[in-house]
Design a protein around this ligand. Structure first.
Ligand SMILES: NC(=O)c1ccc[n+]([C@@H]2O[C@H](COP(=O)([O-])OP(=O)(O)OC[C@H]3O[C@@H](n4cnc5c(N)ncnc54)[C@H](OP(=O)(O)O)[C@@H]3O)[C@@H](O)[C@H]2O)c1
Length: 318
């Protein structure tokens, strides 16, 4: 019998953490694993004493580190210093505490939005540090990139098994549906909800032509569970659907219209900017390890997210 794993998930109350909770409590339940999902109420991880107290109490053997200060474009633009400092503090506190307490494996979370602004496509894991990130979110991006630097340094100096994953745009139940501060897909879901309620047109910002790779939080959870159990590298791994499964904002909006059963008018406000046309990520490394992994069909995942939002409107972050 292998020794029991105690897996602590920081940021366990957010979009990605809730996805993990769902999968861990159903299809991936194992007797030799005990999972604990921490929120900022358990400990403010930018504070070292609170971080140590949480880790000393839970005694994790494995950690999935999701906790981060995250935000939309406008929040980032105005607060790059805060995003840098707070995320650096959180990551340094978590990783150093893991080292001091002898945690066997740590899986932290980077993001495809931290890659160089000027790059070639598809982007892959080797390109994280190849040039400055986009100026709008450089504080967040550099703090995230430093996780990869820390992972390598802990490995070289102390032999630690600290690694990271790089998800593309995540969506699903418990997302942030705020119209100003959230991501594109939950924003579209919220907008259709309002259009349906008020009997007004559904207005999509921009032309609808930009393309994005979306990953359902439950699929991301399945992949992260594989990473914490099986993945041996220190270098990051991109967790994304195949490049062929990239969808346009128009296709995403149509999936939301269908998922919400919206019968009203759909229009595009082309005076609004489109943002980057595409930022395709390669999942070749993931496919090398898991050639047969099946992602939930996009329309089905969107429908499930729409149903969750309608059912949980009162408690949803918005
Ligand atoms: N969403 C995406 O599209 C996406 C894409 C790529 C990577 N990621 C990464 O995935 C991870 C999780 O993101 P998410 O979308 O699940 O974010 P989220 O829904 O906003 O959740 C953030 C989590 O971090 C916790 N947290 C924030 N500040 C904290 C602090 N000072 N101390 C302790 N906990 C703190 C929050 O706790 P409370 O609930 O108590 O506030 C929450 O559990 C992040 O590292 C993010 O960078 C996300």
């Amino acid at each position: 019998m292998s020794e029991k794993k105690v897996i602590l998930v920081t940021g366990g109350s957010g979009l990605v953490g809730k996805g993990l909770q769902t999968i861990v409590n159903t299809e991936e339940k194992r007797d030799d694993e005990e999972w604990y999902f921490a929120s900022s109420k358990d400990a403010d991880l930018s504070n070292i004493e609170q971080t140590r107290k949480l880790f000393e109490a839970k005694k994790p053997t494995h950690v999935i580190h999701l906790a981060a200060m995250v935000g939309g474009l406008f929040h980032n633009l105005k607060h790059n210093l805060d995003f840098f400092r707070i995320n650096m503090q959180i990551n340094d506190n978590v990783l150093n505490t893991c080292f001091q307490l002898g945690v066997k494996k740590v899986v932290s979370c980077l993001s495809t939005c931290i890659f160089p602004d000027k790059t070639t496509y598809p982007i892959d894991e080797t390109m994280v540090h190849n040039g400055p990130p986009h100026s709008s979110n450089f504080g967040y991006s550099y703090a995230k990139r430093m996780i990869d630097v820390q992972n390598k340094a802990y490995h070289i100096q102390h032999g630690c098994h600290f690694t990271s994953v790089v998800p593309t745009n995540v969506f699903g139940p418990y997302d942030n549906f705020n119209l100003d501060d959230g991501h594109v897909l939950p924003g579209l879901i919220h907008k259709v909800y309002m259009a349906k309620k008020d009997n007004t047109p559904f207005v999509i910002w921009g032309t609808g032509t930009p393309r994005r790779q979306f990953i359902y939080s439950l699929d991301l959870a399945r992949l992260m569970i594989w990473v914490v159990r099986e993945y041996q590298e220190i270098d990051p791994i991109i967790l994304s659907v195949d490049p062929d499964d990239e969808v346009s904002i128009k296709e995403a909006a149509e999936a939301v219209v269908e998922g919400m059963n919206f019968q009203g008018e759909v229009t595009y406000d082309t005076t609004k900017s489109d943002g980057q046309f595409k930022k395709t990520a390669s999942n070749a490394k993931l496919r090398k390890y898991l050639p047969n992994f099946k992602f939930t069909p996009f329309k089905q995942a969107v429908k499930e997210s729409c149903e969750w939002f309608e059912k949980n409107y009162e408690i949803a972050r918005k």
